[in-house]
Design a protein around this ligand. Structure first.
Ligand code: B12
Ligand code: SF4
Length: 656
């Protein structure tokens, strides 16, 4: 049996920017399809030689090589597969690219009529019957974890024997064409027993910065919007520390990579086992760094400290909503004060946190939304916190989707999901519109108390605001007590000042540099004079952010020499490093930042002109130093015309 396993497309970065080969390989490497590679290893262990095709790579090649006006990606992928003969084409699926995957699968079936076209993975597993009814080119769906069912299926297909006895599959009965589901496949209870994933079939993985390795499966909680808990049947499993460390060492030896993304939906369910893992890592003396996921109620400061010592550098916290009322409604049940505390503790131990939030729940009111926006902005107090805000996409077969399946709304910029998912062609739009039961994640649930366009603009505003003027956004929230209120004032101001855009142009407007510049204008001309309780502090923050925006330092930075010694000799003429900017602000910036971190009042900041040296770094937050009066004087002399000796003489004069 010649088997081809194909990843689900997930690298939507290629749509938004030009990506060079090196970056593309890194992106594709970090998106290595762990599920498919686990299956490929199981097949190899049984003597087969499966091939793995990365659709992200095929997509990248299409963008690089083809005239995209003449060939759409689906035809390009069809031509790619036309030249490859396999008996079995197995596509992995995820909701965001499901329409595209189905179109490519149909193209493959059209060319390879006698081959079996199979779907697996989280999306097809839950919409198996409806998919097979609507798309005759799909021969089979393998549901759920497939390490046991796939080899059994491949054997049965090779032998031409009946499929009915194979667990976890949905197939068309030969006799009458009826779609039949066999009973669920067993879970893999001992994950240590699985072979090491077949990363050798996925060459881009060697470009990873953070190598993906599976740490375990299954989350016992029951949040109403979540699909992954049911997929792994709520059965929490972890690989043993010994197995994980052996896998990590193998990656280090093979690829020279020491940093890992440890895949699990909810690693910290069992505190004792997290401690065991961390202690084993410490004992191993390896200098591995890693990230994983946790709930804020299944972790504490002591555990965070231990995880940090054991190399943890990133935690994904699904906090979902900043409203205590909504926490109960969605069955998440987090105590939000504790959640904020955990984000603070992670910052203390220099662990980066993804603070994942959602808006657009059916029962959500304006007050709930204000609380979520407040949680988002409050986490900006911590340099290691990275808040995220998305609009609820009802994933198929989740309690929320089932409850609202008859009232899902398809709005005009089809699918908010495209924002973080895959680019859609007109054919995808038609499929989505025809089959809400299959593509529910492209719809929204009705939100009677909130306008969807308002939600989307608020999301774009917060996400860009966080990147473009993080401190100012926090300052405005603290000053006003409600960032949503500031946002509403901004909306009115921009409309009055001619900044209009259609719904479909909204995201593009917020992504461009015009937005931060317009917004700072709004702060200077409207917010500070008309509303602010702490105009001095807000002015200082606005000046700081404006200066950062004012210059594009990225190209300059490449010229910065690391060899500082070379720059300083008695007859050299020192000047500011390229990309460094010295600006004046009307209040003590350091004190403002301190107060923001501690939530202390901003209104009584004294007037005090200070100078800041700032530099926007290519990645991460800008570097900023508040200059003492003497260093400001000294720096003022370093303009490239005076030698070190001349500067020293002038400086001595000034000191007298
Ligand atoms: C890592 C991850 C990502 C990574 C990328 C993953 C990649 N390789 O490209 C990132 C962070 C980019 C990401 C993004 C998104 N993700 Co994600 N992600 C995951 C996560 C946490 C782990 C995936 C994984 O490796 N699992 C471990 C392996 C072993 O499991 P598996 O992939 O399911 O594979 C098994 C089976 O499914 C099956 N199988 C899989 N493929 C195939 C194919 C065949 C032929 C067969 C027979 C069987 C089979 O066998 C495998 C072994 O048992 C999962 C949750 C989870 N725990 O799985 C969510 C998950 C897949 N993501 C999800 C979603 C919704 C998204 C986003 C759309 C939205 C978002 N939340 O931001 C984006 C979309 C990305 C895009 N641009 O299109 C959902 C998908 C739900 C659905 N119904 O499709 C999941 C399940 C989480 C959830 N919220 O419920 N994700
Ligand atoms: S805790 Fe996370 S993985 Fe578990 S059910 Fe809730 S959202 Fe899903």
């Amino acid at each position: 049996m010649k088997v081809c396993l194909i990843s689900a497309p997930t690298a939507n970065q290629f749509d938004h920017q030009a990506v060079g080969e090196t970056d593309a390989a890194r992106i594709m490497g970090e998106l290595a399809p762990v599920g498919i590679l686990s299956l490929a290893a199981v097949l190899e262990a049984r003597g087969l030689q499966p091939e793995v095709v990365d659709l992200n790579r095929v997509y990248y090649d299409w963008r690089q090589k083809s005239n995209q006006n003449e060939t759409d990606f689906c035809s390009f992928a069809g031509a790619y597969f036309a030249g490859r003969d396999f008996d079995f084409f197995g596509f992995s699926t995820v909701c965001s690219s499901y329409p595209l995957t189905l179109r490519i699968a149909a193209e493959v079936k059209r060319v390879h009529r006698t081959s079996v076209v199979v779907l697996g993975g989280p999306q097809a597993s839950v919409v198996d019957v409806s998919t097979m009814r609507a798309f005759p080119s799909i021969d089979l769906v393998v549901r759920g974890e497939a390490e046991e069912s796939l080899p059994a299926l491949v054997d049965a297909l090779a032998a031409g024997s009946s499929l009915a006895a194979i667990p976890g599959i949905t197939f068309r009965r030969h006799e009458d064409g009826e779609i039949v589901r066999s009973p669920d496949a067993p879970l893999v209870l001992d994950l240590d027993a699985l072979p090491f994933p077949a990363f050798h079939l996925f060459p881009d993985v060697r470009f990873c910065r953070h190598f993906p390795l599976e740490l375990g499966r299954g989350c016992p909680f029951a949040c109403t919007f979540c699909s992954t808990n049911d997929f792994f049947r709520r059965r929490f499993r972890l690989k043993t520390p010994a197995q994980m460390i052996a896998d990590m060492r193998r990656v280090k030896q093979t690829y020279g990579i020491n940093s890992f993304e440890l895949v699990h939906d909810m690693f910290t369910v069992d505190r004792k086992r997290v401690v065991e893992f961390c202690e084993a890592l410490l004992e191993s003396k390896e200098e591995f760094t890693w990230g994983s996921s946790a709930r804020t109620d299944c972790i504490d400061e002591e555990l965070i400290a231990l995880m940090a010592r054991a190399g943890c550098r990133g935690i994904f916290f699904g906090i979902e909503t900043g409203s205590s009322r909504m926490q109960k409604i969605i069955d998440k049940g987090l105590d939000l004060n504790d959640s904020a505390e955990r984000v603070r503790s992670c910052d203390k131990f220099k662990i980066n946190t993804a603070v994942s939030l959602m808006a657009g729940f059916p029962d959500e009111t304006m007050n709930d939304l204000r609380d979520t926006a407040a949680f988002f902005v409050d986490s900006l107090r911590y340099d290691h916190a990275d808040p995220q805000l998305s609009i609820l996409a009802p994933l198929a077969d989740t309690p929320i989707q089932k409850q609202h399946k008859d009232s899902l709304v398809l709005d005009d910029d089809v699918a908010d999901m495209s924002y973080r998912g895959w680019r859609q062609e007109p054919q995808d739009h038609a499929m989505i519109a025809d089959h809400p039961e299959i593509f529910s994640s492209f719809y929204s649930v009705p939100t009677p108390y909130l306008e969807h366009e308002f939600l989307k603009e608020l999301r774009d505003f917060l996400l860009t605001g966080m990147r473009a003027f993080r401190r100012l956004l926090l300052g405005l929230h603290q000053d006003s007590g409600d960032v949503v209120d500031v946002f509403q004032q901004w909306q009115q101001w921009r409309a009055k000042h001619g900044v209009h855009f259609s719904n479909s142009d909204r995201t593009a407007y917020y992504a461009q540099s015009g937005f931060p510049a317009d917004f700072i204008e709004f702060v200077r001309l409207h917010y500070i004079p008309a509303v602010s309780k702490a105009p001095l502090a807000i002015s200082a923050l606005a000046e700081y952010e404006a200066a950062l925006l004012g210059r594009d330092h990225e190209s300059d930075q490449e010229q910065v020499s690391d060899d500082i010694e070379d720059l300083i000799s008695p007859d050299s003429r020192p000047q500011l490093l390229p990309g460094v900017n010295v600006i004046k602000v009307p209040a003590d910036y350091q004190e403002i930042v301190r107060r923001l971190r501690q939530r202390s009042p901003l209104h009584d900041i004294p007037v005090r002109q200070v100078k800041l040296a700032i530099r926007r770094t290519a990645a991460g937050p800008a570097e900023v130093r508040q200059l003492s009066p003497l260093s400001a004087e000294l720096l003022g002399l370093c303009e490239g015309s005076l030698t070190v000796e001349e500067i020293a003489a002038e400086f001595r004069q000034k000191l007298r």
